[in-house]
Design a protein around this ligand. Structure first.
Ligand code: CU
Length: 244
Protein backbone atom coordinates (compact mmCIF):
# COMPACT_ATOMS: atom_id res chain seq x y z
CA UNK A 1 0.00 0.00 0.00
CA UNK A 2 2.18 2.88 1.14
CA UNK A 3 4.83 1.94 -1.38
CA UNK A 4 7.26 4.74 -2.11
CA UNK A 5 7.59 3.06 -5.49
CA UNK A 6 4.50 4.53 -7.07
CA UNK A 7 5.43 7.93 -5.71
CA UNK A 8 8.90 7.65 -7.16
CA UNK A 9 7.63 6.72 -10.60
CA UNK A 10 5.25 9.61 -10.54
CA UNK A 11 7.83 12.14 -9.52
CA UNK A 12 10.26 11.26 -12.24
CA UNK A 13 7.81 11.12 -15.16
CA UNK A 14 7.44 14.68 -16.44
CA UNK A 15 4.48 14.09 -18.83
CA UNK A 16 1.97 13.64 -15.98
CA UNK A 17 -0.46 16.45 -15.45
CA UNK A 18 0.57 18.55 -12.48
CA UNK A 19 -2.86 18.66 -10.86
CA UNK A 20 -3.24 14.91 -10.88
CA UNK A 21 0.33 14.49 -9.70
CA UNK A 22 -0.05 16.80 -6.74
CA UNK A 23 -3.37 15.22 -5.72
CA UNK A 24 -1.82 11.79 -5.94
CA UNK A 25 1.25 12.86 -3.98
CA UNK A 26 -0.97 14.39 -1.29
CA UNK A 27 -2.92 11.13 -1.11
CA UNK A 28 0.26 9.08 -0.87
CA UNK A 29 1.72 11.40 1.76
CA UNK A 30 -1.51 11.03 3.72
CA UNK A 31 -1.34 7.26 3.55
CA UNK A 32 2.34 7.26 4.48
CA UNK A 33 1.95 9.65 7.41
CA UNK A 34 -1.13 7.83 8.70
CA UNK A 35 0.66 4.50 8.52
CA UNK A 36 3.86 5.71 10.14
CA UNK A 37 2.02 7.72 12.79
CA UNK A 38 0.22 4.57 13.89
CA UNK A 39 3.37 2.45 14.05
CA UNK A 40 5.95 5.04 15.00
CA UNK A 41 7.88 4.45 18.20
CA UNK A 42 10.57 6.56 19.90
CA UNK A 43 13.51 4.66 21.37
CA UNK A 44 15.60 6.45 23.98
CA UNK A 45 19.34 5.91 24.29
CA UNK A 46 21.10 7.46 27.31
CA UNK A 47 24.65 8.83 27.19
CA UNK A 48 26.56 8.64 30.48
CA UNK A 49 30.00 7.64 31.72
CA UNK A 50 31.61 6.19 28.62
CA UNK A 51 28.66 4.27 27.21
CA UNK A 52 25.43 4.39 25.26
CA UNK A 53 22.58 2.60 26.99
CA UNK A 54 21.21 0.53 25.41
CA UNK A 55 24.16 0.45 23.01
CA UNK A 56 22.63 -1.75 20.33
CA UNK A 57 18.98 -1.46 19.40
CA UNK A 58 16.70 -2.82 16.68
CA UNK A 59 13.87 -0.60 15.50
CA UNK A 60 11.26 -0.60 12.74
CA UNK A 61 11.45 1.67 9.70
CA UNK A 62 9.76 4.97 10.59
CA UNK A 63 10.79 4.82 14.24
CA UNK A 64 12.75 7.59 15.97
CA UNK A 65 15.85 7.29 18.12
CA UNK A 66 16.23 9.92 20.84
CA UNK A 67 19.72 10.22 22.32
CA UNK A 68 19.58 11.72 25.79
CA UNK A 69 22.67 13.23 27.48
CA UNK A 70 22.73 12.19 31.15
CA UNK A 71 26.32 12.96 32.20
CA UNK A 72 29.69 13.70 30.65
CA UNK A 73 30.71 15.33 27.38
CA UNK A 74 29.67 13.34 24.34
CA UNK A 75 28.45 13.36 20.77
CA UNK A 76 26.80 10.89 18.43
CA UNK A 77 28.65 10.33 15.14
CA UNK A 78 27.89 7.77 12.46
CA UNK A 79 30.91 5.57 11.65
CA UNK A 80 30.24 6.15 7.94
CA UNK A 81 29.64 9.89 8.32
CA UNK A 82 25.89 9.47 7.68
CA UNK A 83 24.75 11.60 10.63
CA UNK A 84 26.13 13.51 13.62
CA UNK A 85 24.83 15.38 16.64
CA UNK A 86 27.68 17.88 16.16
CA UNK A 87 30.56 18.71 18.46
CA UNK A 88 30.73 17.01 21.90
CA UNK A 89 28.55 18.75 24.50
CA UNK A 90 27.44 18.27 28.11
CA UNK A 91 23.85 17.80 29.32
CA UNK A 92 21.16 18.91 29.09
CA UNK A 93 21.12 17.93 25.43
CA UNK A 94 19.16 15.61 23.15
CA UNK A 95 19.51 14.55 19.53
CA UNK A 96 16.90 12.65 17.61
CA UNK A 97 16.73 11.00 14.23
CA UNK A 98 13.79 9.38 12.46
CA UNK A 99 14.79 6.37 10.40
CA UNK A 100 12.11 6.66 7.71
CA UNK A 101 12.34 5.69 4.05
CA UNK A 102 13.57 9.13 2.93
CA UNK A 103 16.30 9.26 5.59
CA UNK A 104 17.44 5.72 4.82
CA UNK A 105 17.53 6.34 1.06
CA UNK A 106 19.70 9.43 1.58
CA UNK A 107 21.91 7.74 4.19
CA UNK A 108 22.27 4.17 2.92
CA UNK A 109 23.71 1.71 5.44
CA UNK A 110 25.01 -1.79 4.85
CA UNK A 111 22.40 -4.26 6.13
CA UNK A 112 20.38 -1.31 7.48
CA UNK A 113 22.80 -1.26 10.41
CA UNK A 114 23.76 2.26 11.49
CA UNK A 115 26.95 1.99 13.54
CA UNK A 116 27.92 5.07 15.49
CA UNK A 117 30.30 6.25 18.22
CA UNK A 118 31.18 9.13 20.54
CA UNK A 119 34.27 10.96 19.27
CA UNK A 120 35.92 11.70 22.67
CA UNK A 121 35.29 8.16 23.95
CA UNK A 122 35.58 6.05 20.78
CA UNK A 123 38.93 4.71 22.02
CA UNK A 124 37.26 3.66 25.27
CA UNK A 125 34.65 1.65 23.42
CA UNK A 126 31.79 4.13 23.48
CA UNK A 127 30.02 2.75 20.42
CA UNK A 128 26.46 1.86 19.48
CA UNK A 129 24.29 0.77 16.60
CA UNK A 130 20.76 1.09 15.29
CA UNK A 131 19.49 -1.80 13.18
CA UNK A 132 16.39 -0.95 11.15
CA UNK A 133 14.00 -3.69 10.08
CA UNK A 134 12.05 -3.13 6.87
CA UNK A 135 9.73 -5.08 4.59
CA UNK A 136 12.06 -4.51 1.62
CA UNK A 137 14.95 -6.62 0.35
CA UNK A 138 17.96 -6.25 2.64
CA UNK A 139 21.46 -5.92 1.18
CA UNK A 140 24.31 -6.94 3.48
CA UNK A 141 27.92 -6.89 2.27
CA UNK A 142 30.67 -8.80 4.05
CA UNK A 143 34.42 -9.19 3.58
CA UNK A 144 34.69 -5.90 1.71
CA UNK A 145 38.47 -6.06 1.62
CA UNK A 146 41.05 -5.16 -1.04
CA UNK A 147 42.37 -8.18 -2.88
CA UNK A 148 39.62 -10.43 -1.52
CA UNK A 149 36.23 -11.70 -2.62
CA UNK A 150 33.31 -9.97 -0.94
CA UNK A 151 29.80 -11.38 -0.57
CA UNK A 152 26.82 -9.20 -1.46
CA UNK A 153 23.86 -10.94 0.12
CA UNK A 154 20.24 -9.96 -0.43
CA UNK A 155 17.59 -11.41 1.85
CA UNK A 156 13.84 -10.88 1.87
CA UNK A 157 13.67 -10.90 -1.96
CA UNK A 158 10.98 -12.66 -4.00
CA UNK A 159 11.82 -16.39 -4.08
CA UNK A 160 13.40 -17.23 -7.44
CA UNK A 161 13.45 -13.59 -8.59
CA UNK A 162 16.38 -12.20 -10.57
CA UNK A 163 18.29 -9.64 -8.51
CA UNK A 164 20.11 -6.78 -10.18
CA UNK A 165 23.16 -5.29 -8.47
CA UNK A 166 24.80 -1.92 -9.17
CA UNK A 167 27.42 0.33 -7.65
CA UNK A 168 28.71 3.88 -7.76
CA UNK A 169 32.14 5.21 -6.82
CA UNK A 170 30.76 8.74 -6.52
CA UNK A 171 27.96 8.89 -3.96
CA UNK A 172 24.56 7.76 -2.67
CA UNK A 173 22.35 9.73 -5.10
CA UNK A 174 19.37 9.89 -4.94
CA UNK A 175 19.08 9.33 -8.67
CA UNK A 176 16.06 8.46 -10.85
CA UNK A 177 17.25 5.45 -12.79
CA UNK A 178 15.69 3.59 -15.69
CA UNK A 179 15.63 0.00 -14.45
CA UNK A 180 14.35 -1.82 -17.55
CA UNK A 181 11.01 -3.55 -16.91
CA UNK A 182 10.76 -1.85 -13.51
CA UNK A 183 10.71 1.59 -15.13
CA UNK A 184 12.07 4.47 -13.11
CA UNK A 185 13.42 3.78 -9.65
CA UNK A 186 14.95 6.26 -7.23
CA UNK A 187 18.34 4.71 -6.58
CA UNK A 188 20.67 5.51 -3.68
CA UNK A 189 23.49 5.78 -6.19
CA UNK A 190 25.14 8.69 -7.99
CA UNK A 191 26.08 8.61 -11.62
CA UNK A 192 28.08 7.01 -13.20
CA UNK A 193 26.60 3.67 -12.14
CA UNK A 194 28.10 0.30 -12.98
CA UNK A 195 25.82 -2.72 -13.31
CA UNK A 196 26.98 -6.01 -11.85
CA UNK A 197 25.95 -9.55 -12.85
CA UNK A 198 22.42 -10.66 -11.93
CA UNK A 199 21.84 -13.44 -9.45
CA UNK A 200 18.63 -15.39 -8.89
CA UNK A 201 17.22 -15.60 -5.39
CA UNK A 202 16.75 -19.07 -3.97
CA UNK A 203 13.47 -20.49 -2.64
CA UNK A 204 14.03 -18.61 0.62
CA UNK A 205 14.39 -15.27 -1.19
CA UNK A 206 18.15 -15.02 -0.68
CA UNK A 207 20.70 -14.19 -3.37
CA UNK A 208 24.48 -13.91 -3.07
CA UNK A 209 26.79 -12.17 -5.50
CA UNK A 210 30.48 -12.86 -4.92
CA UNK A 211 32.81 -10.23 -6.27
CA UNK A 212 36.57 -9.80 -6.27
CA UNK A 213 37.79 -6.40 -5.06
CA UNK A 214 41.01 -5.26 -6.74
CA UNK A 215 43.90 -4.44 -4.36
CA UNK A 216 44.16 -0.88 -5.78
CA UNK A 217 40.65 -0.12 -4.49
CA UNK A 218 41.79 0.06 -0.88
CA UNK A 219 40.25 2.96 1.11
CA UNK A 220 37.83 3.85 -1.71
CA UNK A 221 34.22 4.52 -0.90
CA UNK A 222 31.69 2.46 -2.86
CA UNK A 223 27.89 2.69 -2.80
CA UNK A 224 26.02 -0.50 -3.68
CA UNK A 225 22.33 -1.31 -4.15
CA UNK A 226 20.23 -4.26 -5.35
CA UNK A 227 16.88 -4.42 -7.12
CA UNK A 228 14.35 -7.25 -6.99
CA UNK A 229 13.38 -7.46 -10.68
CA UNK A 230 10.26 -9.43 -9.86
CA UNK A 231 8.46 -6.95 -7.58
CA UNK A 232 10.70 -3.95 -8.47
CA UNK A 233 11.57 -3.30 -4.81
CA UNK A 234 14.94 -1.70 -4.22
CA UNK A 235 17.08 -2.95 -1.39
CA UNK A 236 18.69 -0.56 1.04
CA UNK A 237 21.81 1.05 -0.32
CA UNK A 238 25.13 0.31 1.30
CA UNK A 239 27.84 2.89 2.00
CA UNK A 240 31.06 0.86 1.91
CA UNK A 241 34.75 1.58 2.24
CA UNK A 242 37.26 -0.92 0.93
CA UNK A 243 39.32 -2.23 3.83
CA UNK A 244 42.68 -3.91 4.01
CU1 CU B 1 31.36 10.05 25.05
Amino acid sequence: MARPWSLVKLVVHPPLKMKFASTFITLCALVVSTTSAAAQTTHQVDLSGISFSPAHITIAEGDTVLWNWVSGMHNVASDQGLFTSGIPVVPPFTYSLTFDAAMMAAAPANGNVYAYHCDPHFAFGMVGSVTVTTTKPVLTITNFLAGQTCAMTVTNATPGAPLGFAYSLVGPGPLPLNAGPCGSVLASLSTPITLLPRVNANAAGTAVLSLFIPPVAVDRYVWVQALDLNNCQLSNGATMRVGL
